[in-house]
Design a protein around this ligand. Structure first.
Ligand SMILES: C[S@@+](CC[C@H](N)C(=O)[O-])C[C@H]1O[C@@H](n2cnc3c(N)ncnc32)[C@H](O)[C@@H]1O
Length: 258
């Protein structure tokens, strides 16, 4: 028998196989291959109402500012979005936090925020109640992006990791198409740790018990995502900031691209 190491979160490898479930416990053999133990995987269903319950949304919004090192990652993102970017799309905008930060130094910008959570969009509508330069659109990112015109920048903060990996990849392709030549994609994201020990370290660092891990997370490593962005044709692709499972991934659409 292979010596096995318990793995608590293996949904990244198996998520697309079980679109309605998050695999919570499996085993990694000595070659590093993920496989079921003798009793098979233990599966925990992911509630479809994730991000639609008031408790979940209010808990996130109430603690959003307390997230360790968040300001650092967001500052990095803001530095990568040109000050003269006029049209900016925010994927998984939540209550519009990132659009509001972008507006500080870009008073002329026209923001579009997408989210599928009515509660989040209600919070965003309140934030931008007197603001005509921000449009909020209800949309499930699991589906192809709607026709919204082209953008100088597409941004996202802690949202795309909720999508299945295949959808992350196709979404990045749609982002490339939506960007104007020279446009920037900047994704401040929750990414997978290279080891389970580091995954535990991340949860310890943010002061959350592992049991509270978001069952809708589909964490993916930085390298895979950077590889996809390069393959799609983005330039200057890199991870520009990283702290444990938080990372800033950026790519620029070449000026000569259509
Ligand atoms: C952790 S919150 C981040 C919100 C905001 N970007 C911020 O930085 O505060 C994740 C957001 O992604 C949204 N989200 C998750 N899955 C989504 C999907 N499939 N389609 C659209 N939005 C989604 C949630 O509704 C939520 O607003």
């Amino acid at each position: 028998m292979f010596a096995t190491t318990p793995v608590l979160q293996v949904s990244s490898e198996f998520g697309s196989q079980y679109p309605c479930f998050s695999t919570r416990i499996g085993y990694r053999d000595r070659r590093g291959t993920l496989c079921p133990g003798e009793t098979g995987f233990i599966l925990e269903s992911v509630p479809a109402e994730e991000w639609t319950t008031a408790e979940r949304v209010h808990r996130y919004l109430g603690r959003a500012d307390e997230f360790p090192r968040r300001a650092e990652g967001e500052s990095g993102l803001l530095e990568h979005v040109p000050r003269d970017a006029l049209r900016i799309l925010d994927l998984g905008t939540g209550d519009g936090r990132l659009l509001a930060l972008l507006q500080i130094d870009r008073r002329e910008m026209l923001g579009v925020g997408l989210d599928f959570s009515e509660l989040m969009l209600t919070a965003a509508r309140e934030r931008f109640a007197d603001e005509e330069r921000v449009e909020l659109v209800e949309h499930d990112l699991a589906e192809p992006l709607p026709a919204l015109g082209r953008f100088d920048a597409v941004v996202s903060s802690m949202a795309i990791h909720h999508l299945e990996h295949e959808r992350k990849r196709s979404l990045y392709g749609e982002v490339f198409d939506l960007l104007k030549p020279g446009g920037v994609f900047a994704n401040f994201e929750h990414v997978a740790s290279p080891t389970h020990r580091l995954h535990l370290a991340f949860f310890a660092a943010i002061g959350e018990p592992l049991e509270d891990e978001d069952p809708s997370d589909r964490l993916l490593d930085v390298e895979s995502q950077l590889g996809w962005l390069r393959a799609l044709g983005f330039d200057d692709v890199d991870c520009y900031w990283k702290w444990l499972e938080m990372a800033l991934l950026v790519g620029v659409k070449p000026a000569e691209a259509g």
